[in-house]
Structure formats: C-alpha cells, structure tokens
Design a protein around this ligand. Structure first.
Ligand code: XMP
Length: 328
C-alpha cells in the first residue's frame, strides 16, 4: 500500500542514520517472518554491510532451511552465513525427554552457536575497518516493546556477552526496525519488500522447533518421521486452502507410545501422530479448529500410507485453556 511504501522508505533512512556510512550489522534469522523482514529492510539500507546468521539446529520442518538459504537469499540478496549445527544439537539432546530440559538445552546451545558465528563475522569486519560498534538487528515488534515496558528509541547494550576473540571495547547497539509495528503490518512490509509468501505468511513455529513436538527423546530418526508426517499435513492444508483459516497446526509424534495396527499384509506396531489444529487471536487462548472431515481423511490416509512407523493419526480437540497449543 501507499502508506507501507512510506514506512519502508522512512525506516531505510532511519537505519542509514543509525548505522552510518561504515557500520557493520549482524542479524540472526530464525526462519520466521519477523527476523526475515527486519533483515530485509536493513539489507535495503546498508547492503552487504549486513551479515545474516542462520543456525540450522536440525529441528526445522521439511524445506524450511532451504527456504531461508535459497528463497530468502534470492529475494533479498542478503549475505548469509549458515551454521550446520545439527549434530551438536542432537548430541546435546541425547537422553533428554523432559520438556523444560529440552528447552533449556536447545536455548543454551543456540546462544553458544550463534555467538560463535557472530564473533567470527565481527572479527572479520573489525580486521577490515576497525569497527568500534557492532549493530545487532532484532525483529522486536511493538507488542514486545510494550510488554517489556521499553520506551521509544533504541537501547544500547554496553557489555554484550563475553564473546571470545572480540576487542574488549567493542560496543553493541540494537537496531530494531519493526518496533512500531504490529504483526499484520510486518507481513505487509514483508510483501512490500518482495519476500516469498511462505515466509511472509508462515504460521507461528516455536524456537525449539520439532524438538518439543516429539514426546520423548529427540533423535534424528524420530525427527525424520515427524518431518514426513508434518509435510503431508501442511501440504494438504495448503491444497484445501485452509492456511489462513487457522492459527497453526502442530503435528506431534508420540514417540514413546506404540500402538498396534494392520497395514498391508501384516500387523504393525508403530507410533501415533496427533494433529493439533487451532484457531486463535494471540495464542493466549485458542480453540480447536473444526477441520473439514475430508481434509482430515486425506491427511490420515496419506500419513499412514506414506510414513513408515506411523500407523495411527489422532486429532486433538482440546481448547486452550486447559490445553496449551504445543504438547510440551
Ligand atoms: P503454548 O503451547 O504455550 O504456545 O500454548 C503458545 C504459542 O507460542 C509458541 N511457542 C513457542 N515459541 N519458543 C517460541 O518461540 C517456545 O519455546 C515456544 N513454546 C510455544 C507456540 O507455537 C504457540 O504459537
């Protein structure tokens, strides 16, 4: 829209003013819309003085990492550093099945891997032009600002975490180009910036990824099973034109549960998956979505036919409260 064109232009100017003619910026990409739009607009403002970092923790859904590596880069021309950390995350998650413990492990590893990558990028920049300030781009939205009681303007973080290999006097400063915007405005801005539809309209997806959608220990094999089932469910929802009617639909693998089935010529002893389609305004409360029977039927038939090890599909009909949206 005309207004959004103006907002984009104004933001680009503001970013140029803040970062200056030589400043270097770094932005972590999560695969979600906020970090993607924040990165895209900063890229418009300062070009390849922005480097994006994407940590591939191996817990993403099918095709999501490629979406960032290929489609997002193609749409924006962003300079992207991808860190393949799957093995590290899976090693750290071995033997962990408690939900809070999983979140802790994933969060901790994520910070370590991201900071190491960040330090590498910045060390390069400093070697090149002796930068004194590193600009950290974040996709903070207006509701986050209000919630954390933050005022207008940008906050300075004087002493960042102790990132090894960087000069002691290096200062970090936040760049938050979305801090006056609501989610729907961020999506408009993403469209305006020419980002792929799959990214602009992606439904919410938790930071710990599929790690908290496997009930039980997280292993590569279980992730592959869940990725295959989830991909089918998403494909059929898109085919039925239902993506914008629901808030999100986690697919959950009950990895520690087995149930008996009969498939082909014989008896199977496989795992159930649970579909968790919900409608919601803000994720604080949610209602279970009444999906059309024929769509559920197709999803169930395809998953049990196409995903070995899954012999049962269940649908979660609990609202929030009492159930949370995610199972963990
Ligand atoms: P719950 O399960 O609490 O989820 O009803 C509410 C919304 O938050 C998402 N979610 C998370 N997002 N890190 C995130 O970034 C997390 O650890 C996390 N846990 C839940 C969930 O997908 C839903 O949209």
């Amino acid at each position: 829209t005309w207004t959004m064109v103006n907002i984009v232009e104004e933001q680009i100017e503001a970013i140029r003013t803040q970062i200056g003619e030589t400043g270097r910026a770094i932005c972590g990409l999560s695969g979600g819309v906020d970090s993607a739009v924040a990165a895209a607009i900063v890229q418009r403002a300062i070009g390849d003085r922005l480097t994006c970092v994407y940590v591939d923790h191996g817990l993403m859904r099918q095709g999501e990492t490629e979406q960032v590596e290929r489609d997002f880069v193609a749409a924006t021309g962003v300079d992207l550093k991808v860190v393949d950390a799957e093995k590290r995350f899976l090693d750290a998650l071995a033997g962990v099945s408690d939900p809070e413990e999983k979140r802790k492990v994933i969060g901790r590893e994520f910070i370590r891997v991201f900071e190491a990558a960040e330090a590498e990028v910045l060390a390069d920049a400093i070697a090149q032009d002796g930068a004194k300030v590193a600009y950290l781009v974040q996709g903070t939205l207006y509701p986050d600002v209000v919630e954390s009681g933050g005022g207008a303007g940008t906050s300075n973080i004087k002493s960042h975490h102790n990132v090894g290999g960087l000069p002691d006097d290096l200062e970090f400063e936040l760049v938050e180009p979305l801090r006056t915007l609501f989610k729907d405005e961020v999506r408009l801005m993403g469209e305006q910036l020419g980002l792929p539809d799959e990214i602009v309209h992606r439904q919410p997806f938790p930071g710990p990824g599929l790690g908290i959608r496997i009930i039980g220990e997280v292993t590569r094999e279980r992730l592959d099973i869940l990725r295959a089932a989830d991909a089918i469910a998403r494909e059929e929802m898109t085919r039925a034109g239902l993506d914008r009617d629901i808030w999100q639909m986690p697919v959950v693998l009950l990895a520690d549960v087995r149930s008996v089935g009969v498939q082909g010529d014989g008896r199977t002893y496989g795992h159930p998956v649970v579909l968790r389609p919900v409608t919601s305004e803000d994720a604080m409360t949610a209602d279970w979505a009444r999906l059309p029977y024929d769509v559920m039927e197709t999803i169930s038939t395809r998953i049990t036919n196409e995903v070995p090890d899954v012999n049962r599909v269940a649908v979660d009909i609990t609202s929030k409260p009492p159930g949370t949206i995610e199972w963990e």
